[in-house]
Design a protein around this ligand. Structure first.
Ligand SMILES: NC(=O)c1ccc[n+]([C@@H]2O[C@H](COP(=O)([O-])OP(=O)(O)OC[C@H]3O[C@@H](n4cnc5c(N)ncnc54)[C@H](OP(=O)(O)O)[C@@H]3O)[C@@H](O)[C@H]2O)c1
Length: 276
């Protein structure tokens, strides 16, 4: 039985993966904000007749745009498990405007990077205790090495959705350098090959809302189908750091300052975490 942790496992592709591993008989912890969505997921699997779901499906309620809650989840996972085989980072809440949390940090930067950093580094010992540990980070690969503004990581001076998105995607590719310091670990930044019919949780303007509402039903893939390439990668991990779009390998965007850049990001997270 594998131990699988899925952030954003109450909805969309995270929920599709949680369902898959629960059907397969694995132990799955879902992290999200909605206990009701988790209960519905478990109820549907129970109706299907999947065995011993109640003992294998766990929920941790947390707002991962808060550093303290992300750290708290990592601590709970360390108490619960001696080993994590699969860590799936799929929590998502799209914000087109800058939003500052109660902790005083920019919400998207924390949700899409700082929280993931805390999971990857905080759970490193549990991951290396697995035979073939895999980290899936649903951060679409393919940004430029210069996408991060180290003087304005939380976009206080200028915020644009495109810049914020590119910056967190680049940071998540760099996070793979730390994740794979132990060569046993596979770290995959992954995006679907095309639009997926998910909840598109977020606070977005009418153009994006309408585009997703109109396009997703027309051309979007079902989440259960979209995650099939991930299921294959998790079953036979490629090793080291890699990037995929659907089932197709994508180039990692590597630059000469990558080691320096990830150490600058690590310092920024330590400072932000210490300030809480
Ligand atoms: N859908 C697509 O076409 C597409 C395309 C490219 C990339 N992606 C990427 O794929 C990943 C999954 O996306 P999706 O579309 O499947 O997601 P989704 O359907 O919008 O679901 C988002 C998930 O994140 C959780 N979540 C949101 N805010 C949270 C918070 N503050 N703290 C904790 N959990 C939170 C939600 O849980 P609760 O509701 O319980 O809070 C839900 O489980 C994301 O990284 C996304 O960027 C998706």
């Amino acid at each position: 039985m594998k131990t699988v942790v899925v952030t954003g496992g109450t909805d969309g592709m995270g929920a599709a993966l949680a369902r898959h591993y629960l059907r397969q008989g694995d132990d799955v912890t879902v992290v999200g904000r909605s206990q009701a969505k988790f209960d519905a997921l478990v109820a549907a699997l129970t109706t299907e007749g999947a065995p011993s779901i109640a003992e294998r499906a766990h929920f941790i309620g947390a707002d991962l745009s808060l550093i303290a809650e992300s750290t708290g989840v990592v601590e709970q996972l360390k108490e619960r498990y001696e080993r994590i085989d699969v860590l799936i980072l799929a929590a998502s809440f799209i914000r087109q405007q800058r939003h500052v949390t109660a902790e005083g940090h920019e919400a998207s930067w924390v949700l899409f990077f700082v929280s993931k950093y805390l999971f990857v580094t905080g759970l490193a010992d549990l991951l290396v205790s697995a035979d073939r540990p895999v980290i899936i980070n649903t951060s679409v690969p393919g940004t430029k090495p210069g996408a991060i503004d180290f003087d304005d990581l939380e976009s206080a001076r200028t915020f644009s959705f495109a810049r914020s998105n590119a910056q967190q995607r680049r940071a998540n590719e760099l996070l793979g350098i730390l994740a794979t310091r132990d060569p046993k670990v596979s770290y995959i930044t992954w995006g679907p090959s095309r639009l997926v019919k998910t909840s598109f949780a977020g606070n977005v303007g009418p153009a994006m809302r309408w585009a997703s509402a109109l396009l997703a039903p027309l051309i979007g893939q079902e989440p259960d189908k979209a995650v099939q390439p991930l299921v294959a990668l998790i079953a036979d991990p490629p090793g080291g750091r890699s990037a995929y779009r659907g089932a197709k390998r994508a180039p990692l965007s590597e630059g000469p300052d990558d080691e320096h850049d990830i150490s600058r990001l690590a310092t920024s997270v330590r400072i932000a975490d210490a300030g809480n």
